[in-house]
Ligand binder design. Structure first.
Ligand SMILES: Cc1ncc(COP(=O)(O)O)c(C=O)c1O
Length: 436
């Protein structure tokens, strides 16, 4: 099994394929907050898979729901057709936002949710007779998946530079990270003024050309960048003032990661559109969604009644297995008290993470809810090398962390226990001592 030939046919995503296939890391099963490797070791899951398995692995209710659905209704088309669980789920999801949104549009991933939201924003202005609003504003160090829309508004050079000129008419706000505030616990109290850069961008292009602004409330994949207090509210105010739609990309922060249902609840700021994926099904079946405010949805509901209102959708939008998994996931989050557990352990997590201050190579620790970043000093002329070595060494020592550049990101299942959080951070500290 472990020869490079056996592994060669799968071109793996976001992976250094050659070294991986020389020395693979293979999972064969998972339960609770642990993975089991092909060589029989248990690995403590410090990343909820890939920021998605919020209720922990192999939750029986979710497993059963998926199996039942596969037996009963394996697939149903959703163009000009429907099936009950897709409607039931939409209602439950809307309810989960406290009815701040009135509709849900299904996709199969976060990337598709982002591209869907961007298209919705463009079309929204057009159906209202403001077709000049075609510009999209993202942010440096933003990650919005890998579709052409997402990489265009995203701000990660490596995800962009290979793929040509991308979408036209996109601009970027500066990111919110300030290294001078290293080791801030939780939300930084200062720095909200950086949001006013959006005013500058609006003044430059004129509001009449701008359709939407998209941000992750907490930037995850670029190393856990927590926004300063008041920053998101300022973005909200500027967007409202200029008739620009605000999109929160909650693919990571949605479904309890910060101890509240969504980051919009944590920060008390409501976007016009919200994208989700990952935790919507506890990571068990691919699914994403865009939550839509009534005013946006209703703008489309005009014209002849036989006309399709939005020319967009995926074969697997509202797939029965995904809907079944998502319904069971919402029940499971309630049953196991996942969000409340995340909220109550956030302070423990913060303490355990910040105890890494002073350990070898650590130049910053950032956290909010159950998401944290530990930034290491980069090696001379080798950005990312130390982070990658730490990630591999952590795996050898029985913990799964995520590496992004030289930042190690932690986002454990929300059902993790206090002692497991302490174990995660203790082992990580020991690992850092072993690397150069
Ligand atoms: C904020 C954000 N948006 C979009 C995506 C893309 O999601 P997917 O990988 O499901 O396409 C991610 C993935 O990590 C994400 O973190």
């Amino acid at each position: 099994m472990e020869t490079s030939n056996d592994l060669s046919a799968w071109w793996m995503p976001f992976t250094a394929n050659r070294p991986f296939k020389e020395s693979p890391r293979l999972f064969v099963s998972a339960a609770g907050v642990h993975y089991r490797t092909a060589d029989g070791r248990d690995i403590l899951d410090g990343t909820a898979g890939l920021w998605c398995v919020n209720a922990g692995h192999a939750q029986p209710r979710i497993v059963e729901a998926i199996c039942d659905s596969a037996r009963t209704l394996d697939f149903a088309p959703t163009f000009q057709m429907g099936h009950p669980s897709a409607f039931e789920l939409a209602e439950r999801l809307v309810e989960a936002t406290g009815r701040k949104f009135s509709q849900v549009f299904y996709t199969n991933s976060g990337s598709e949710a982002v591209d869907t939201a961007l298209k919705m924003a463009l079309a929204y202005h057009r159906v209202r007779g403001e077709g000049t609003r075609t510009r999209l504003i993202g942010r440096e160090r933003g990650y919005h998946g890998v579709g052409f829309g997402g990489i265009s508004v995203g701000g990660m050079a490596n995800n962009r530079k290979w793929f040509g000129s991308l979408l036209n008419g996109v601009d970027h706000m500066p990111h919110t990270h300030d290294p001078a505030r290293a080791f801030t616990r939780g939300v930084p109290l200062h720095g909200a003024g950086i949001a006013d850069e959006l005013e500058r961008i609006v003044a430059l292009h004129d509001a009449s050309t701008i359709a939407a602004v998209i941000v992750e409330p907490v930037a995850g994949s670029t190393g856990v960048l927590v926004p300063p207090a008041g920053y998101l509210q300022r973005l909200r105010d500027i967007c409202t003032r200029h008739g620009i739609l605000l999109i929160f990309d909650e693919v990571i922060s949605g479904f309890g990661r910060l101890g509240t249902p969504f980051a919009m609840d944590y920060f008390g700021v409501e976007p016009d559109l919200m994208t989700v994926a990952k935790g919507i099904t506890n990571g068990c079946v691919p699914m994403g969604a865009v939550f839509v405010k009534a005013a946006v949805h209703d703008a489309f509901m005009q014209g002849p009644s036989g006309a399709i209102e939005f020319f967009h959708g995926y074969t697997y939008s509202g797939h029965p297995l995904a809907c079944a998994a998502a319904l069971a996931t919402l029940d499971t989050y309630d049953e196991v008290g996942a969000y409340a557990n995340a909220a109550s352990l956030a302070a423990v997590f913060e303490d355990a993470l910040h105890a890494l201050r002073g350990r070898r190579h650590v130049i910053d620790v950032r956290n909010v809810g159950l998401v944290g970043g530990v930034e290491l000093a980069a090696r001379e002329a080798q950005p990312g090398a130390r982070g990658m070595e730490a990630f591999k060494r952590a795996f050898e020592h029985g913990i799964l962390v995520r590496v992004t550049g030289d930042t190690l990101a932690l986002s454990p299942p929300l059902v993790i226990e206090r002692t497991q959080i302490e174990q995660l951070c203790r082992v990580l500290g020991e690992v850092l001592d072993t690397i150069e």
